[in-house]
Structure formats: structure tokens, C-alpha cells
Design a protein around this ligand. Structure first.
Ligand SMILES: [Cu+2]
Length: 109
């Protein structure tokens, strides 16, 4: 790959930011006592929700919707999942093992 002068890279970065392209953000949620550490989260399209099992039991996270589906399979104690939300909307993150667990993720454009 040819080396670009530094000034060109800076200009390209500026253009990308000006066009509204931003890095994905990461939000952190833990599971403890068979509950998520928060019941609701607002993020932007493309952001990642990192869900860490700090509990003493296995969890199994899933999202079911027309637009977006996710299934973690078994999530053992100590495992952290990175769940990216590629589309705007409101999504219920549920646990297949503990039906009372619910995290509502609102994803903005
Ligand atoms: Cu669970």
C-alpha cells in the first residue's frame, strides 16, 4: 500500500467525521442474581452491548424480532457476550432460562 502523506489522512478522517461516520460505542451490562444490571439501554445503530455473566448460574441470551435475531446459546458464568445491534428499533433482550430477565435496548439511527 502506498504511503499517504499525513495531511491526506487527516483530511480523509475529517471528511468521514463530517459525513456522520463514527466509531461504534460499547455499553456494558452485567448479569447478577438472575437480573440484568439495567432494564433499559439507549444506543445507536451499530453499537455493541457487552453482556457479562457475573452470576452464579448459566444464562442464555436471545433477541427475537422481525428485523434482528440473536441467540447466544449457553452463556456460562464468567463469559462476556458482544451483541451488536445493526438496525434501529426497540429490542427485548431475554434469557431463555430465566423468563423474568429482560433488557430493553432502544437503537437510534
Ligand atoms: Cu438467565
Amino acid at each position: 500500500m502506498p504511503r499517504l502523506p499525513l495531511i491526506c489522512l487527516a483530511a480523509a478522517t475529517g471528511v468521514a467525521l463530517g459525513a456522520g461516520i463514527a466509531w461504534a460505542a460499547t455499553s456494558q451490562v452485567t448479569q447478577r442474581d438472575r437480573a440484568f444490571s439495567t432494564g433499559a439501554l439507549s444506543i445507536r445503530k451499530g453499537d455493541v452491548v457487552q453482556i457479562s455473566n457475573a452470576d452464579t448460574v448459566v444464562h442464555h441470551i436471545y433477541v427475537e424480532s422481525a428485523a434482528f435475531n440473536y441467540d447466544s446459546g449457553e452463556q456460562p458464568v464468567g463469559r462476556t457476550l458482544d451483541v451488536a445491534f445493526p438496525l434501529p428499533g426497540t429490542f427485548d433482550v431475554l434469557c431463555a432460562i430465566h423468563p423474568r430477565m429482560k433488557l430493553v435496548v432502544t437503537v437510534a439511527e
